[in-house]
Design a protein around this ligand. Structure first.
Ligand code: ADP
Ligand code: MG
Length: 308
């Protein structure tokens, strides 16, 4: 079973009753008309599972922080701001009250600077391992919402930050790119956007599938993180592979039709965050192409990190 194949199956089977649902399954968040004029609600849910998203022994405050950060990152991917959260906990037998305290304190510590209000949740016992599921509800002006499906031939591809090797530390400490995404969305810069949770290749694949276009990547422009280099012991080819396929970077990947790139410098000065132009959108099937060492164009696998 393949995670993305299963999502497509569920998506086909799900029937929408309500016309105020503007986007259902298939994007970083669902988009629903808001009672507030010219605004939409953004809804997303994500889990952290012991042994999958964190290893036993990780300080629980970091796990709580990550649990919320993953969902906030999906709100950023739509160009929205997060507002409310619901938290479900699965507690294994014997977990110490202190660990649970650390978890929600880590969660609340991140909720505070993002002005996210924890407004509900649920608690169950778990037969094996700890897990948490976090729903976040956010908001955006309707005209500023960015979907995965808006990329068009001729758009350039951009990515924030540096990629790969997230497992060293970044997956627990990353800062969801809400301010950066709001700035981009408000300036109508991106035509399509996603946050990189499944790996650059996998998540670019999602933009391409939804937009029905292909991409050409500039391999020598992919921003490789220090961690990716460190894990690869300086082997730059290995590090590049990590930047392309590792999951959990939680950076923004977006397409933009703007040929004048003056805004790139403005962005970098304002946020002190890297922003790299890593390729362009091309016509045709949702494939990702690169030039090999001999200058020949070839297709790269778009398989990202799948849970199966
Ligand atoms: P992300 O990595 O941005 O959280 P996912 O790959 O988890 O996105 O999900 C992609 C889309 O599929 C989203 O719209 C999500 O809500 C939907 N989805 C994922 N799992 C399920 C499920 N079990 N039932 C219904 N929709 C799902
Ligand atoms: Mg996402």
């Amino acid at each position: 079973m393949n995670e993305f194949g299963l999502i497509q199956k569920i998506r086909k089977a799900a029937f929408l009753n309500h016309s105020e649902v503007l986007t259902g399954i298939g994007d970083d968040c669902a988009v629903v008309k808001s009672p507030r004029m010219n605004h939409v609600l953004l809804l997303t849910v994500d889990q952290v599972v012991e042994g999958v998203h964190f290893l036993a022994g990780t300080h629980f405050s970091k796990v709580g922080r990550k649990a919320l950060a993953r969902s906030i990152s999906d709100i950023a991917a739509m160009g929205g701001i997060p507002k409310y959260a619901l938290l479900s906990l699965g507690l294994p037998k014997g977990i110490s009250p202190k660990s649970v305290d650390q978890f929600y304190l880590g969660f609340l510590e991140l909720a505070h600077p993002y002005s996210v209000d924890l407004i509900g949740g649920d608690i169950s016992k778990s037969l094996k391992g700890f897990f948490a599921s976090v729903t976040v509800i956010g908001e955006a002006p309707q005209k500023e919402v960015i979907l995965r499906k808006g990329a068009r031939e001729g758009d350039f591809l951009f990515v924030t930050g540096r990629l790969g090797g997230s497992l060293l530390n970044h997956h627990l400490t990353f800062r969801p790119r809400i301010n950066e995404a709001r700035w981009l969305a408000h300036a109508h810069i991106p035509s399509a956007m996603i946050d990189i949770s499944d790996g650059l290749m996998g998540d670019l694949g999602h933009i391409l599938d939804e937009s029905k276009v292909g991409a050409y990547l500039y391999l020598n422009q992919i921003p490789i993180s220090k961690s990716a280099l460190q894990i690869s012991k300086g082997d730059s080819h290995k590090a590049l592979k990590k930047a392309l396929w590792d999951g959990e970077d939680y950076e923004l990947l977006f397409a933009s039709p703007l040929k004048d790139k003056k805004w790139v410098e403005k962005f970098k000065t304002k946020f002190k965050v890297d922003l790299s132009c890593i390729g362009e959108i091309v016509r045709g099937a949702p494939k990702i192409c690169v030039k090999d060492e001999k200058g020949k164009t070839k297709e790269l696998s778009k398989k990202g990190f799948s849970h199966f």
